[in-house]
Write a protein that binds this ligand. Structure first.
Ligand code: ATP
Length: 408
């Protein structure tokens, strides 16, 4: 029988559980790879940065940024925001086909308030890009030699970290600075950028880059940019005030909020966006509304995410889910396809099948019978099946490639 004394947790185990509790407030209980990042990037995070697991902010922001949505992150300094936005940008740039080149100019712009932060972000960027040599990092900031910066901009910088004043200077005076392929604008420490009085510069930068969404924006510039290159803006701030709200309003479109009080949020996404789901299933729809909040260490679903469920017999689960994905892929714009990646992550977790999403294909890794069954049921074209056996437990694991939407 245990004595009272032995029932009491020892000092050592108390400290341990305190530490574990503290860790669970900072780190998420998932891995970087489960967030959908490329394996090489995950290796860099582990080996070069020594990051074993994502922080809560990273776990929340990375899948959302990968999905292509505009994002507002409200989190304290030191919570790992830099990797939260750099990792998904690098992930998407490295998979760009054809490979991006220096001559394509700037794809991502990170705006920071100070020279110190500029160098800090640039250093992280350099480390993460170590094995993606074709993606060129660079910085421009007040106090540096303008002509040297001009020369670097002329050669091409894929991911550019900049302080606002110097960026505006180059936007006005460096004609060889190519930014027509710009896809991301990140405002890191937006509250400090505005506190330091860069509000006017930021508005002018947004105007020049055609990334301003309010009534005073030059619609023609904005449309010419956005139709060719879907723009995704991300604003990160430790504090929210009127100025930050204003910047969010003019720079973000339909943003996902991370770290905000869900009661203050408006639902912004409708499942109607995805069109009809096909006619032969009996859909039952639900819309539970929850919000991510890193402050309480509790993962919740963002309020603007509309959820649905479909009641089907157990054996049909995968087939119905895949036919919904097939429907979405067939009508998918590249942004919607990005959004599907997030759905697939959940799918992987519940189905035990690993799924990679290409532009028009799903690559499944799992039990051979499941894959055969799905292929038959969906009538998809199969590129190779079986390709290679990865293990022989439970009858073997096989990799198959389904081309969705091609039929036959
Ligand atoms: N997943 C992780 N695992 C371990 N350490 C991490 C992880 N992510 C970030 N860090 C470390 O935490 C510290 C803070 O990260 P970072 O500077 O990105 O935070 P931040 O929220 O951007 O802060 P700031 O607002 O001050 O720039 C850094 O030293 C960084 O190396």
């Amino acid at each position: 029988m245990a004595t009272k004394k032995s029932e009491k947790p020892s000092k050592e185990s108390k400290t341990k559980s305190k530490e574990e509790h503290k860790e669970s407030e900072i780190f998420a209980s998932c891995s970087f790879s489960s967030l959908g990042l490329h394996p090489t990037l995950c290796d860099e995070l582990r080996e070069r940065m020594d990051f074993e697991a994502p922080t809560l902010v990273q776990a929340q922001a990375i899948p959302v940024i990968l999905s292509g949505r505009h994002v507002l992150v409200n989190a304290a300094t030191g919570t790992g925001k830099t990797v939260a936005y750099l990792a998904p940008i690098i992930h998407q740039l490295q998979e760009h086909e054809p490979r991006i080149q220096r001559s394509d100019g700037t794809f991502a712009l990170v705006l920071v308030p100070t020279r110190e932060l500029c160098m800090q972000v640039y250093e992280v960027l350099q480390k993460l890009l170590h094995r993606f040599h074709w993606i060129v990092p660079g910085y421009i900031m007040g106090g540096e030699n303008r002509s040297k910066e001009k020369a670097r901009l002329r050669k091409g910088i894929s991911v550019l970290v900049a302080t606002p004043g110097r960026l505006l200077d180059h936007l006005r005076h460096t004609s060889s600075f190519l930014h027509t392929n710009l896809r991301w604008i990140i405002f890191d420490e937006a509250d400090r950028i505005l506190e330091l009085g860069f509000g006017k510069e930021i508005e002018e930068i947004l105007d020049i880059l055609g990334s301003r969404h309010d009534a005073s924006a030059d619609k023609e510039i904005a449309e010419s940019y956005i139709s060719d290159h879907p723009r995704q803006n991300v604003l990160l701030s430790a504090t929210l005030n009127e100025k930050v709200n204003h910047l969010a309003k003019i720079s973000l479109e339909n943003p996902v909020m991370i770290g905000l009080d869900y009661k203050k949020m408006q639902p912004v996404l409708s499942f109607k966006d995805f069109g009809s789901l096909g006619s032969d299933a009996n859909y039952e729809l639900e819309h539970p509304v929850k919000m991510m909040s890193p402050s309480n260490g509790d993962f919740r679903v963002p309020a603007q995410l509309v959820q649905r469920y479909v009641k089907v017999s157990c054996g049909l689960r995968l087939a119905v889910l895949l036919s919904i994905l097939k429907d979405l892929l067939e009508r998918g714009t590249s942004q919607k396809i990005q959004a599907l990646r997030a759905v697939l992550l959940c799918f992987q977790a519940v189905s035990g099948l690993k799924v990679n999403l290409g532009q028009s294909e799903l690559v499944l890794v799992g039990d051979v019978h499941n894959i055969n069954y799905l292929v038959e049921l969906l009538g998809c074209r199969v590129a190779y099946l079986p390709m290679k056996y990865l293990g022989l437990l439970l009858g073997g694991v096989v990799q198959g490639k389904l081309y969705l939407g091609s039929g036959g």
